[in-house]
Design a binder for this molecule. Sequence first.
Ligand SMILES: O=C(O)CCC(=O)C(=O)O
Length: 298
Amino acid sequence: MFRESFKYYKSKDPLPTFEDVLNIHKPKLLLNNGIITKLAINKSSPQYGLRSTEDWEVYVINSRNGLIFIKNPFTPHGQRYWITRCLKDYSKKPHKLNIDNTNILKSDENWWEEGRKNKKIIDSLRWSTFGYHHDWDTKIYSEENKCPFPEDIKNMTKYVAEQFGFDDFTAEAAIINYYHLDSTLSGHTDHSEQNLEAPLFSFSFGQSAIFLIGGETIDEKPLAIYIHSGDILIMSKESRLCYHAVPRIIKTNYEVWNDEYQMENSDFKHWEPFNNYLSYSRININVRQVLNKGQLKL
Ligand SMILES: O=C(O)CCC(=O)C(=O)O
C-alpha cells in the first residue's frame, strides 16, 4: 500500500490528483471532520527565529498517534536565517556530504562558494550530516564517525521540544536533505538511533512537498500531507517508527521566505543567491537524539 501511494504521488504521467492530500494550512474542514485537532501550548517569548508560541498553530493528526504539525511558526527573517545556515554553513566541513569522495569539489573548495559559479556543482548536493553521522550503508552510528553539532540548531530544536514536554531531548544527529523539483525520498523508517522513544524533528524550508506517513509496516496505506516552507513536523510516540517518504516536490506560489525582505534591507543582492537556489529547491533539517537518557556514548 505504501509503495502504491508513493508511485501514485511521484508520477509525472499521468499526474496524480491532489484532492486527498491534507492541507493543514487550511485546517477548517479537517478540524470539522475530526481528522486533526488543535493543540494549545503555553505562552513563551519569540526566540531562534520563531514567533511567540501564542501565535503558533499546532495540530495533531488524529489517525497517527504522536504526529504533531506546527504550521510555519518562523518569522520570514527566521526562515532566511536557517536557510542561509543550511546553504552556507551546514554544507561545509567537518560535515559529511554526499559529494565527498567524488571529484566534484577539490579538497580546499567549498560547495556553496563554488556552486554559485557552477550549476552542476550547486545541483549535486543531496545531503549533509553532522553530530553522529548517519551511515547510509550500515545504518549504524558510531563514536568514530561524528563531528560537533552546531549550537544554534541544537538550541532551537531543544526549545521546540520543550514546548511539547520533551524536556530531555538532546539533538545528537542531523541530516540536511537538499531537494530539487524532481527529487524524491523513498519510504523508510528511522530506527538506527539507540533511543527510539525520543521524537524526530523535521524543519522544512523553500518549495513545498507531499509527505507520506504510513504505519509500522509497508502494508498500511499512508496519509499524504502538504508541507510548506517553515512547517515543523514532530514524529513522537507510535508515529516515531512509522514509514514515511517524500514522493513529490511542488513549486509554491507563495514564497513566504521573501516576506518583509524589502522592509529590512535596502538591496536584494545579499539574499539573491539564496533566493535563486530556493526558487527550485526544498531544504529539510531532520534532527534526532541517538543516545538514551544518561548514556554518555555508543
Ligand atoms: O524531507 C522530509 O520531509 C523527510 C526527511 C526524512 O524523512 C529523513 O531525513 O529521514
